[in-house]
Ligand binder design. Structure first.
Ligand code: HEC
Length: 120
């Protein structure tokens, strides 16, 4: 019991890269929180350096800027169909889940979606 508690504390302490993802969580609505959950689970491998021990992510940093200029439909197509270096998710996600991801992406300000955790 004691041992698993300290292992848990270690994991929390080793995750400074998650800080950006948690910023403003209290202000996210249900759909945005669902999108955040999906993003951390499925997209952070390649985007936004969510996982501390993974070297440079190979995908671009995703912020709400990708939705500028009415690109929402294009972003949904990107998530559904993927691209040469990104898998498509249309067989994995319901359309509502892709909508949730877009709702979450809309909350990602360029300043808060920093790619790199603090240098060690
Ligand atoms: C295997 C790595 C990988 C995963 C996993 C991944 N992506 Fe990507 N993504 C990329 C790469 C690389 C690109 C750049 C286009 C290319 O090279 O194919 C990209 C491009 C994008 C773009 C377009 C960015 C722009 O500037 O217009 C969006 C939006 C996006 N990804 C969202 C997501 C979402 C949401 C998920 C999770 C559901 C996800 N990606 C999962 C690698 C990944």
């Amino acid at each position: 019991m004691k041992r698993s508690a300290s292992a848990f504390m270690f994991i929390i302490a080793a995750m400074p890269g998650l800080a950006w993802a948690q910023q403003g969580t209290a202000t996210l609505n249900a759909s945005q929180m669902e999108g955040q959950r999906l993003f951390v689970q499925h997209c952070g491998l390649c985007h936004n350096k969510i996982q501390v021990n993974v070297p440079a992510p190979n995908g671009p940093v995703i912020t709400k800027a990708v939705l500028d200029n009415g690109n929402e439909a294009q972003v949904k197509t990107q998530i559904a169909n993927g691209s040469p270096n990104m898998p498509g998710y249309k067989l994995m996600f319901e359309p509502a889940q892709i909508d949730a991801l877009v709702d979450y992406i809309r909350t990602l300000n360029p300043a808060s979606a920093s790619t790199a955790p603090a240098p060690r």
